[in-house]
Design a protein around this ligand. Structure first.
Ligand SMILES: Cc1cc2nc3c(=O)[nH]c(=O)nc-3n(C[C@H](O)[C@H](O)[C@H](O)COP(=O)(O)O)c2cc1C
Length: 178
């Protein structure tokens, strides 16, 4: 028997979690957790993120049109939870978590030093979707910790963090080849 579910999107999890960095006009940075993220084009390289309209990051990306995507390992789950449960409108989440903002190569928002991979993105367009805005960004550059990659794919040492929903997280158990 199949049970009807209330939270349809849990059926589309677990999903990789990213930490999205953005800046205000004075280049003050903010960070938020985001699991509604997906690549959408390879040529040119593009990624999309779906953000709640009332969130601070959504407001900042609308204004300054750049963001970075930072991939945390499971070791950063507590920091990810804080970045995903407090708003940068009220608190400095870098101070609160100890996450270290360091300059990116091509955009004003910083990257996060403790993360294992980074994408630097420039906003190309956005689409309204219910209570969210889908931001589509061109990926200007992407880089990751070399020792955690095998043929450019995350290997098991990377401990990529996956979000199941709510406060529940997991990590990939094993990789296999078809
Ligand atoms: C693991 C995790 C994933 C999340 N994914 C998203 C997401 O994809 N889109 C979104 O709008 N909010 C998401 N959130 C909630 C935001 O991170 C949260 O509303 C945050 O406080 C926004 O911060 P800001 O106001 O500083 O931008 C997520 C939270 C967690 C803990």
């Amino acid at each position: 028997m199949k049970k009807e579910v209330e939270t349809f999107y849990y059926l589309l999890h677990p999903r990789p979690v990213a930490l999205i960095c953005s800046v205000d006009e004075k280049e003050r940075p903010n960070v938020m957790a985001c699991s509604w993220i997906t690549p959408v084009s390879e040529e040119p390289p593009m990624v999309s993120i779906s953000l709640w309209k009332e969130g601070y990051t959504c407001q900042l990306i609308r204004r300054t049109r750049e963001f970075t995507v930072n991939i945390p390992s499971a070791k950063l789950v507590k920091e990810v939870w804080i970045a995903g449960s407090k708003s940068g409108r009220k608190v400095d989440k870098f101070k609160l978590t100890g996450l270290k903002a360091v300059p990116a190569k091509k955009v004003k928002p910083p990257i996060i030093e403790q993360c294992i991979g980074h994408l630097e993105c420039k906003l190309t367009n956005s689409v309204e979707a219910g209570e969210c805005i889908i931001f589509i960004g061109e990926v200007l550059t992407a880089y990751a910790k070399e020792e955690l990659l095998t043929k450019e794919m995350w290997n098991e040492k990377a401990e990529v963090l996956l979000h199941l929903g709510g406060r529940q997280f997991t990590t990939p158990r094993a990789s296999f080849k078809v």
